[in-house]
Design a protein around this ligand. Sequence first.
Ligand code: ZN
Length: 216
Amino acid sequence: MNVPILYCKKRNARRYILRVDAEGIIRVTIPRGGSLDYAKAFADKQAGWVELQLKKLQERTESHGSEKEILFRGEMVPLVIEPPNCVCFANQKIQMVEGADLRSRVKERLRWLAQAELPEKVMELALQHGLQVKRVSVRDQRSRWGSCSSKGVISLNYRLVQVPEFVRDYVIVHELMHLRQMNHSERFWKLVHEAFPRVDEARGWLRQHTRALGHF
Ligand SMILES: [Zn+2]
């Protein structure tokens, strides 16, 4: 077959299984004691069926565009399958294991990056503005980019690794300024504008792109 296929070993699988998921990713599960060679032959035998599934999927998703893309650091980048068992985007390489689905693996990676990058960035910007943050928590928030508690805890959406850096910095500075002003009063916005000149540009970007983020 001419399409890339992911091969995943699964200890509790009892037979070879070939699947085409909603994103058009073709995956062969290799059972315990199975081999990659056998799995490849197994997939080849079902090439006709796979092509049919991909065609059906294409007809169904034509109006929605390709889902094999991801917004990362402000740009749409392709999710590329690298046989036998990796999925890559930008400089990230994700190994597919134990039948985990693509979406949750990508999400896991984004969260991991966010945990590694965001708290450090908050501390750096806090220092620049002479502010003290008690703790930074990276969370999976559906509808907000960040929040700031009266106790000085800043919570950030892990999806901030998907937005351009200046937008991420705006969200962080916005939350930091709540340490001075716990509301959205005129005085608060004045502080934000003084601390971060590209406020309007960043807010405009967020308004335009929030839908593309929702996928992961
Ligand atoms: Zn706010």
